[in-house]
Design a protein around this ligand. Structure first.
Ligand SMILES: NC(=O)C1=CN([C@@H]2O[C@H](COP(=O)(O)OP(=O)(O)OC[C@H]3O[C@@H](n4cnc5c(N)ncnc54)[C@H](O)[C@@H]3O)[C@@H](O)[C@H]2O)C=CC1
Ligand SMILES: C[N+](C)(C)CC(=O)CC(=O)[O-]
Length: 321
């Protein structure tokens, strides 16, 4: 069965940090959005988050007809998905909850509407186990803030069809994203495997009293973080090998892989470690509110995205290259 690839109505289930990011992206691309979230006060919180994101989306450029007023908030799962052309679930990261939720979503949805989950690393074969028409069910793992960062990892489960993966790619591209098909279904997919390794090392550094949370963030944002916005680790290290490239890099730094530079097992999350991380980040936040920090992040990301786009164009490359 052909799937809908030109959605007009976007359904969002769960409207927390990620769900609201999807809603903002879909509205900015001129879609009608129907949202559902069981928490008391969820609609007001969602509308507040959209309003906070909107200035950045206006700067980036809205699609014709895009409006915050095209969001409606409903009180049941069925009302949310019944008329939707595309469905994105962003509920809490708990396997049992997603399994139950997807059984209900898929039973009420149009059979040709793609259903996606924002999960950060649960396996689609497991949480789509009880779904109706599971061939149209995928993971579409986004990155925060969803309304500005282009990457979305698409992962299929054992019942997902190749056509559904292609349809999801088309839909996310239409929403201004850069899909990456994760061809093997593995926990954590690609990006969170990498991010978790960094996060564990950062927690060990705090736990061992080597550095504060602010110092660790400085080590990223003034160094590798800047180059990661346009060049990944493999190409960066190719350049670090000089004219001889990666072969010389491997010869020089390969032996360091055996040195105790990393402690990959996670540290024990003691109360002290949690307090150190919370107090350290509170100090970094200072007097700023989360909403103000989000606006600073959005403006800076827009500037970085624009700079990367311009530089790539000067080198004959498209943004997605
Ligand atoms: N926060 C992040 O950085 C990222 C999170 N994700 C994924 O997105 C999903 C949502 O995460 P967040 O937005 O961070 O969580 P969140 O805690 O901010 O939002 C979750 C929302 O789901 C609602 N909810 C509770 N029970 C529900 C149910 N049965 N059905 C639908 N909604 C329900 C809650 O009221 C809440 O508004 C998770 O699967 C997570 O792994 C993906 C990428 C990044
Ligand atoms: C922390 N996290 C695993 C939920 C992060 C992500 O999934 C992606 C991101 O935005 O960093």
């Amino acid at each position: 069965m052909p799937f809908i690839t030109t959605p007009k109505t976007f359904a969002a289930l769960g409207s927390g940090v990620i769900g609201s990011g999807w809603v903002a992206r879909a509205l900015a691309h001129g879609l009608d959005v129907v949202a559902w979230d069981p928490a008391p006060g969820a609609e007001a919180a969602l509308r507040r988050r959209i309003a906070n994101a909107w200035p950045a989306l206006e700067k980036q450029g809205l699609a014709p007809g895009a409006s915050q007023h095209r969001l409606s908030f409903v009180s049941t799962i069925e009302a949310c998905v019944r008329d939707a052309d595309f469905i994105q679930e962003s509920a809490p990261e708990r396997l049992e909850l997603k399994l139950d939720l997807h059984a209900k979503i898929s039973a009420a949805a149009k059979p040709d509407a793609i259903i996606a989950s924002s999960t950060s690393g649960l396996l689609p074969s497991e949480f789509y186990e009880s779904s109706t028409h599971p061939q149209r069910c995928v993971v579409g793992h986004p990155f925060n803030p969803v309304y500005l960062l282009p990457l979305v990892e698409i992962v299929g489960g054992r019942n997902t069809s190749a056509e559904a993966i292609e349809a999801a790619k088309v839909i996310y591209t239409t929403l201004g994203m850069r899909p990456l098909h994760v061809r093997k279904e593995v926990p954590g997919f690609i990006a969170d495997r990498l991010l978790e390794a960094l996060w564990r090392e950062a927690l060990h550094l705090v736990n061992d009293g080597v550095a504060s949370t602010g110092e660790i963030d400085d080590a990223i944002r003034f160094g590798a973080g800047l180059r990661w916005s346009f060049m990944g680790t493999f190409l960066t290290y190719t350049l670090a090998g000089g004219d001889a490239g990666m072969r010389h890099f491997m010869a020089q730094f390969g032996p360091a892989l055996k040195l105790p530079w990393t402690y990959l097992p996670a540290p024990e999350l003691t109360e002290k470690l949690i307090d150190d991380v919370v107090e350290g980040t509170a100090e970094q936040l200072g007097e700023r509110s989360i909403a103000a920090l989000e606006r600073y992040r959005d403006d800076t990301l827009l500037a970085v995205l624009e700079a990367v786009k311009t530089s790539k164009a000067n080198h004959g490359m498209a943004f997605g290259d």
